[in-house]
Design a protein around this ligand. Structure first.
Ligand SMILES: Cc1cc2nc3c(=O)[nH]c(=O)nc-3n(C[C@H](O)[C@H](O)[C@H](O)COP(=O)(O)OP(=O)(O)OC[C@H]3O[C@@H](n4cnc5c(N)ncnc54)[C@H](O)[C@@H]3O)c2cc1C
Length: 384
């Protein structure tokens, strides 16, 4: 018979969402265990790697403004509490051939109290030694940061343990049995009995949630990150988005993780399950980024020196999902962050804590409910 450990709350998934939720719950006084299937830290999910962009103008929907602001402000506090240098200031520069797109961003900045800084194309080209045509506009959001992803996740886990939280890694959850007042979480290394369960499974959401009767229209995508040599020059320390292409964008973070190299990516990927990602080839995406650099950035080599990859979990409307199990209100799940949730994670952690404690929602959750997509059934025993 496996030993049974008891906690108030069990959080499944030691990526950025699960780690921030666990910290927030422990900070609220709940005895909490964080279960992660791989040894932490690991590179198989969505939260690994070096840099993530933040910017108060980053999200298009007005209801996101307070959540982004909460997330970014709490990252700064959390990193300070952990004495971790996990964030660097880096304005978010957005470029587009559609001035209306940028005007909307500028409005969001004004609302957040950050004066938008318009940059004309000549200055843009001078700053980046670039060759953008005269139909490009650019606006800088000076609230931007680069979050150093690995350090952020480690800091959240460190503070969680400091509050008495327990991390069990290399602990894959294989079965979830929900009863009226408690949940049993079963894995090859034991059994956890808890009053509330929080599921933050990232790209494994379908495997974890569908046996519980929660069926979501999620797509998991492998995407690439490429690092390119900067040719004998220095480029501005800015995050960068080019929003000139429909339904996608190019992005970049400043030289940081590898000396002399700058990261570029494209907000696209190839659908694949997280276990099979090595089978997928991203050459066509790499080629798009290389062609883009060749066209507009002659001071950056167009062949990458380093290639890395990561997973996106996309929803059809690219808004995340944060909800209770339809039958077991003591089960909360958060997933589908659609390639842009890192900056929100401490806010999501606090929203989850409010849900677990039965408090009023901190922010209106209507846009994030799964009922916007699906009809759920709800078995009480699930084998993953
Ligand atoms: C290339 C790239 C660039 C990005 N850029 C940005 C950016 O600039 N700004 C931004 O805000 N966001 C960005 N994002 C998005 C952000 O990184 C993700 O939204 C976020 O990391 C999602 O975290 P998560 O905790 O939901 O998922 P994950 O990090 O994948 O965590 C889920 C965890 O659950 C564990 N798990 C799953 N199933 C089980 C099980 N059965 N038992 C135990 N553990 C289990 C997994 O092993 C995993 O560790 C980017 C993402 C990528 C890939």
């Amino acid at each position: 018979m496996d030993s049974v450990e008891e906690f108030d709350v069990c959080v499944v998934g030691g990526g950025v969402m699960g780690s921030c939720a666990a910290y927030s719950l422990a900070d609220a006084g709940k005895s909490t265990v964080l279960l992660e299937q791989f040894p932490v830290p690991h590179t198989r999910g969505s939260s690994s790697g070096h840099s993530r962009i933040t910017g108060l103008s980053d999200y298009g929907t007005p209801y996101m403004a307070d959540i982004v602001s909460h997330g970014v402000k709490k990252w700064v506090k959390l990193l300070a509490a952990a004495t971790t240098k996990g964030a660097r200031s880096a304005p978010l520069l957005s470029v587009s051939n559609d001035q209306e797109v940028l005007k909307a961003k500028a409005k969001r900045m004004e609302k957040a109290g950050v004066p938008p800084r318009w940059i004309d194309v000549d200055t843009l080209n001078r700053d980046y030694k670039a060759t953008f045509p005269s139909d490009r506009y650019a606006v800088a959001d000076d609230s931007g940061l680069v979050l150093i992803a690995n350090k952020c996740v480690t800091a959240a886990q460190f503070l969680f343990e400091k509050r008495g939280g327990v991390i069990l890694d290399a602990w894959p959850v294989k079965e979830i049995n929900a009863e009226e007042n408690w949940v049993r979480v079963v894995g090859p290394r034991g059994v956890i009995k808890c009053t509330s369960l929080v599921l933050c499974p990232g790209p494994w959401a379908e495997q974890v949630l569908s046996p519980l009767g929660i069926h979501l229209p999620l797509k998991t995508l492998k995407t690439g990150i490429w690092y390119y040599k900067i040719k004998n020059t220095t480029l501005p320390r800015r995050n960068f988005n080019d929003l000139s292409i429909p339904n996608s964008f190019y992005y970049s973070t400043p030289e940081l993780e590898y000396p002399g190299l700058i990261k570029f990516g494209i907000h696209e990927g190839v659908e694949v399950s997280p276990e099979e990602r090595e089978k997928v080839d991203l050459s066509h995406l790499k080629e798009k980024v290389s062609n883009y650099l060749e066209k507009f950035f002659p001071q950056i080599e167009s062949e990458p020196s380093i290639e890395e990859s990561c997973m996106y979990t996309m929803t059809p409307d690219e808004e995340f999902i944060l909800d209770h199990h339809p039958k077991h209100k003591n089960i909360v799940y958060a997933c589908g962050f659609s390639g842009r949730g890192f900056q929100l994670a401490p806010a999501i952690g606090d929203m989850i804590t409010a849900m677990v404690l039965g408090h009023d929602d901190i922010y209106d959750r209507t846009p994030f409910l799964s009922s916007r997509f699906s009809r759920n059934t709800s078995p009480t025993v699930s084998k993953i």
